[in-house]
Ligand binder design. Sequence first.
Ligand code: ATP
Ligand code: 9VF
Ligand code: MG
Length: 466
Amino acid sequence: MDRPNLERLVKLNGVWLSRKDVLHGVSKYDVSRMNIRITTDCGEVITARNSRNSASARSLRNSKYKKVCKKCRLSEERIQRFVSKNFHENITFVEPAAKTSAPKKVGKKDTARPVPVPPAFTQSAAVQSATVPSAVPSAVPSATVPSTAAQSVTVPSAVQPAVQISNQTAKSALNQNAAVNASGNQNMESNSESKPSKKSFSPSQLSRLESLLVSDDEFDLEKTDMDFAKLESVLVARRKQELCDMYENSREHMLAKLERDISAFLISKGFTEIKSSILIPEEYIIRMGIDRDEELSKQIFRTDDNMCLRPMLAPVLYNYLARFDKILPDPVKIFEIGPCYRKESDGSSHLEEFTMVNFCQMGEGSTRENLVKLLDEFLTYLGIDYRIEGDECMVYGATVDVMHGDMELSSAVVGPVPMDIDWGVSKPWIGAGFGLERLLKARHKFKNIKRGSRSEFYYNGIYTKL
Ligand code: ATP
Ligand code: 9VF
Ligand code: MG
């Protein structure tokens, strides 16, 4: 028989041994991908690695206790079961089931973009909630839980067989598309802006004109009577004028200005600004529920020595939430704005280098209602139309998606979620992540997201090779 992991031992024994070998009853336990959080009958909460080899697992296997917790009021029967371990006879430890293939995101984006591709930053989390007896463990069927699953298990002291397993398999979100023509080269207009022209422009002329056009231009390249040279000189003159106006009036880059505006807004709402490293340990990605062998892990830009360019801000924000919670008043409200990196194949709304803002609140007031109110204030402040849709995402399960037309502006989440345990977080939270370039695309009606991105060629949406 395989050596059972800590979760299995807790389930079978229904008790917990403290570091000082005090025996406690277990009233409830929660399991994440890596850890188990145990609530004892006396109300203590302990988080431990859910491994086979930990000291806790060894103690539970060996049944050596020094004294029994008085507050837990353990029955003789429960203590005897722990000591005699008679349940081992009928139990075969079952390894977690092999993972199912990456689930698919549901939602509008899929209908808009028919070709499925590698999953995005989302991950399935099967959430199980079970009631387990603390006695007669031989009657308990071996729990078979996918490794991505998280369990919340209540352990009543009554002698009853296992019942009531409600399983809510959160589906993943695949919201990528395999538009093959995405170009990482910012010197070229992506084909996603090109349409076949009825006019007699060559492909290179068409590409040049599309680069020079902005959404306010009234020219329709399919209908215009102007020849290429004339049209090009009109557009070049306009773009030069706009750049001169920018020089006279503001000299601000729209992406940097948007970052400043968002920071000012969030600080005014009581959020504390974070600036953390862009290079992060690759281990954070795995702890966010994105396994090395999964398709979406292929979107990560890895460097050597087990580091990578961050694809998201959440891991470090998690660490800040856990630390600030011990220092600052409740609720803890923090945000970060900065570059994130993902390998992408879809051109017009995806960049491989983009800017994310992620704001989150943990503790009091972390309700869906407050999240929706904050999202509304945020987008009203920015002057961007939006609508809210429910969605499923692989990292967080159920999400509140903020949409502008067919484009997702943000994934917002109402916690807690199972992986919180792996980050030392145990209070409710709300949070949202927005791409700044998508906000600019929506606000300025850019056909292609790269107009508002970090770029050598576009300045505030204007092509600069004039
Ligand atoms: P999508 O399905 O559009 O790829 P996602 O589900 O991968 O988005 P999230 O992981 O939820 O995106 O990231 C939060 C936000 O960051 C998105 O709503 C979007 O505004 C922005 N974002 C994500 N990936 C990119 C990207 N490659 N380029 C620009 N913005 C992005
Ligand atoms: C919302 C989108 C895990 C408690 C530190 C904050 C959030 C969605 C963020 C981002 C991501 N999540 N692309 O978490 O605010 O992480 O997938 Si926190
Ligand atoms: Mg994506």
